[in-house]
Write a protein that binds this ligand. Structure first.
Ligand code: SF4
Length: 178
């Protein structure tokens, strides 16, 4: 196991005094830098910066950061959710490290697609079936990994296969799937 001991701190981010959102930080005793290229290869939409030994990722509404001796998550509704999310990230690092022989490490920095690039591939009918008021709002959330393509039923209608494939490729950044 790569991470077997860590300290957990749950806090309200200083930039949001009084905000009812919580962040959590794990201080590690093990350097997880060597695991970051494997996480980069496995996590859709992750942005890895080798020079800083840092990898940031969006999962649901959480902004997540992995550093050599630290893992952070933000935007949790309460302290329990923040801590639960953090522990699931520690498990993710450990599971990824244990599977490293099956994963081709990725040392590149990939850029996330812009909302406009995502929007261009959506049907642009503003039908609201996804629960959003417009296709562009859905594109904003899709680009931030807050929703998935399955949320737009129109993408699964006959004749949409190529568009759906292009969208998935853009969002997943195909080369990183291992
Ligand atoms: S379901 Fe699809 S087509 Fe309809 S508004 Fe949402 S993104 Fe646009």
């Amino acid at each position: 196991m790569l991470i077997d001991y860590y300290d957990v701190e749950v806090f309200t981010p200083p930039c949001e005094p009084g905000a009812e959102r919580f962040a959590a930080r794990a201080r590690l005793r093990t350097d997880i830098s060597a695991a970051l290229p494997y996480l980069n290869a496995s996590l859709p939409g992750a942005v890895y910066t080798p020079a800083a030994q840092a990898l940031v990722w969006k999962k649901g509404g959480h902004s997540i950061a992995f550093h050599a001796y630290e893992v952070l998550t933000s935007n949790a509704a309460d302290r329990q959710e923040a801590e639960r999310e953090l522990r699931s990230l520690i498990d993710l690092v450990n599971r990824t490290w244990e599977r490293r022989d099956e994963i081709t490490p990725d040392l590149e920095t990939h850029q996330r697609p812009t909302p406009m690039a995502v929007y261009k591939l959506l049907p642009k009918t503003n039908c609201k079936a996804c629960g959003e008021a417009t296709c562009f709002t859905f594109a904003l959330r899709l680009a931030a990994s807050q929703v998935q393509v399955e949320g737009c039923p129109a993408l699964f209608e006959p004749g949409q296969a190529h568009t759906l494939a292009a969208l998935r490729s853009m969002l997943i950044d195909a080369p990183r799937i291992g």
